[in-house]
Write a protein that binds this ligand. Structure first.
Ligand code: PEP
Length: 254
């Protein structure tokens, strides 16, 4: 964490939540934010598409931001089951996750497609949260930096800015497993990602761009992770499903 970059604490609810529990979770987070008043971090919730509208109503006026988890590259058309960035913006989203490892794996999303989704987000005024990260076998093969470097090169649109883009480093083997890299390893990869971003977007934008850590971040480890120089917040899965835990992580950035 560096004073010049405002921390972003982002919750990825994934495919979790029906109406009642989703609204209750969103309301719980919104109440804490309202009670806190002025805060020094940005707080974002990314519910499943079915809940975006209801969650948007529940957090209105609280300062909590709303985001989507994915989008199609086209604004509209014959794409059964898909959602466009334009639709997410229309529902009040300000951000959108693209290239999460679960989409890269389960839906065979390539860097090229992730880049096109980020461009669609930008074209609709959304901040693209672009996820990258190595698998366990890539890590074991000593390819962590190579993989993350090539994902930055392939997934981040040229001309991205610190205002419209956030990068989330999520080692795939750490997601939902309770395992995390050491603090030194996290900082090494984040610093490397920032150096790769310099090549892509220039030193000024790369220096101001937020790079989140994701992968089993929880109240017990958030403070030490977010304290690392090039870690500017977190993308949180499991722990974002409990308002108290999510809020405790946000507090760890203060
Ligand atoms: C994620 O899926 O983006 C994530 C980081 O999950 P978890 O926090 O559960 O590891």
């Amino acid at each position: 964490m560096t004073a010049s970059r405002r921390p972003l604490i982002a919750g990825n609810w994934k495919m979790n939540g029906k109406t009642a529990d989703g609204v209750a979770l969103a309301s719980g987070v919104a109440e804490k934010m309202k009670a806190a008043g002025d805060v020094s971090f940005d707080l974002l919730v990314c519910p499943p598409f079915t809940l975006v509208s209801r969650v948007g109503d529940a957090i209105k006026g609280s300062g909590v931001m709303l985001g989507g988890q994915d989008c199609h590259t086209a604004p509209s058309g014959a794409h059964t089951g898909d959602t466009s960035a334009e639709m997410l913006a229309d529902l009040g989203c300000g951000c959108e996750i693209v290239g999460h490892s679960e989409r890269r794996t389960n839906h065979k999303e390539s860097d090229e497609l992730v880049l096109a989704k980020a461009e669609a987000a930008h074209a609709n005024g959304l901040v693209a949260i672009i996820c990258i990260g190595e698998t366990e076998s890539q890590r074991d093969a000593g390819k962590t930096l190579d993989v993350n470097g090539s994902q930055v090169a392939g997934s981040v649109p040229a001309g991205s800015t610190a205002k419209n883009t956030v990068v989330a480093y999520e080692p795939v083997w750490a997601i939902g497993t309770g395992r995390t890299p050491t603090n030194d390893e996290v900082q090494e990869v984040h610093a490397f990602i920032r150096a790769e971003l310099v090549k892509k977007v220039g030193a000024d934008e790369a220096g101001a761009m937020r790079i989140l850590y994701g992968g089993s971040m929880k109240p017990g480890n958030a403070k030490e992770l977010i304290a690392l120089e090039d870690v500017d917040g977190g993308l949180i899965g499991g722990a974002s499903l409990k308002a108290d835990d999510f809020w405790a992580i946000a507090q760890a950035s203060v």
